[in-house]
Design a protein around this ligand. Sequence first.
Ligand SMILES: NC(=O)c1ccc[n+]([C@@H]2O[C@H](COP(=O)([O-])OP(=O)(O)OC[C@H]3O[C@@H](n4cnc5c(N)ncnc54)[C@H](OP(=O)(O)O)[C@@H]3O)[C@@H](O)[C@H]2O)c1
Length: 382
Amino acid sequence: MKKKVLILGSTGSIGRATLEVIENQRDTFEVSGLVCRDNIGLLNRQITQFNPRYVCIFNKRQEKDVSFHKNRLFTGIEGILRMINTDVDIVVNALPGSAGLIPTIETIKAGKILALANKESLVMAGRIVSGLVNKTGSRLIPVDSEHSALYQLMKDINPGDLKAITITASGGPFRKHKKKALELVSPEEAMNHPTWKMGKKVTLDSATLMNKGFEVIEARWLFDIGQDRIKVLIHPESIIHGMVEFIDGSFTAYLAVPDMKIPISYAINEGKIRELPFKNLCLHELKRLTFYPPDLVRFPSLRLAYEALDAGDSALVVLNSASEVVSQAFVEGKIRFTDMPVFIEEVLDRHRLTSVIDDLEVIWEVHNWAKEYAEKIIKDKR
Ligand SMILES: NC(=O)c1ccc[n+]([C@@H]2O[C@H](COP(=O)([O-])OP(=O)(O)OC[C@H]3O[C@@H](n4cnc5c(N)ncnc54)[C@H](OP(=O)(O)O)[C@@H]3O)[C@@H](O)[C@H]2O)c1
C-alpha cells in the first residue's frame, strides 16, 4: 500500500521539493492532497501531474479558477482541517508563519504522521505541541535540515552522555556587513540568500538570524533540552547542519549538501534513509569548512530568541508575531533592516509575561495583542 501524503503549502519552496521527492519515490507515495494560498497556475499544473484526491485553496475568491472536481475542492482553514481528517497517512506542514499552527495541532490530534517544516508552530506553542505529541503518541519528524540532522544524530544516544547540541547557520547575505551598512540594506538584497532558495519570510529571517533564533526554540521543544545547551555556529559553507557534543569532549556531525530534499525524504519516509538521485556531497571537492560564533550585536534577533526562551512562553509568541509584522513593514519599505529587532524588543518589553501557557486560546490572545502593538509602534514612529 502506498502512503498517502497531504502537502500543506504545495506551491512553496518546501512543497515543491516534497513533490520532487515523491516524483522519485512513486513506488512508496501517492499525493492525497494539495493546499496553497492563491498560486492557481502552479496548483493546476500540480493537479495534472499528481492527480490528488483532494485540493484546498486558502483564498476562497480563487476557487473558480482551480481545475478540479468541485465536490473534492475545499477552501480556507476549514478546508485544510477537513483534508487532514481524510484518509491520509502523512501531513507535510510547509505553511509559513502562524498559519501553520492550527494545522499542526489538528494533524497531531488526528494521529497522522507530521513532517514539520513550519517551525513557527513550535516557536509559538512548543509546550502545547510537544505535550500533545507525548499524550497522543503521534510522530512529529522535523523537516528543517538542522533539526533533521540532530534528530538523526541524537537517535539512541544515552541522555547522560550529551553535553550540548550545535545548530549551524550560513550567516546569511550580510554576515560580513558592518553595523552601519546593515542600516542601508534593501528588501531585494535581503531576499538573496547565499546557499538556500527558500520562501520570503524564512529568507528574510535568515538574513537577520531570527531564523536561527526560531531554530534554537524549535530544538528546545523537539529535543527537550535547555537553551544553555543549544549552541549556534556560523558555518558559511552550509555543509555541516548539526553537531552533538558529548561529555568526553567528542563530537558527531551530520554533513550533506544544502538540499531540502534530503531531510524531506527522511521525514516522509518516517525516519528511513532512501537513495536519492540528486547532487551528492563530494568531500574531496570541499576546500575547507569554517566556523565562527554569531555576532549578537550586529544580529540582535538571535539574542532576543535566547532571551525569550529565558523569559517564558508568552515571550516566544510575541517574538514570532512581532517578527511577522516588522518583516512585512521592512518588505514594504516602511522601516529599515536594523529597525526590525528594535521594534520586536520594544513589543517584548511591553508585553505582560506569562511563563507557562498551555491553552491555545491564550496563545492567540497574545499573538493578536503583539501584532496590533507592533503595528501601532511602527505607525507612531514613522
Ligand atoms: N524553504 C526552506 O528551505 C525551508 C527550510 C526549513 C524550514 N522551512 C519552513 O517551512 C515553511 C514554509 O517555507 P517555504 O520556504 O516553503 O515558504 P514559501 O515558499 O513561502 O511557501 C509557502 C506555501 O504556503 C502557502 N500558503 C501561504 N499562506 C497560506 C495560507 N494561509 N493557507 C494555505 N496556504 C498558504 C503558499 O501558497 P501560495 O504559493 O499560493 O502563496 C505556499 O504554497 C516555513 O515555516 C519555513 O520557515 C523552509
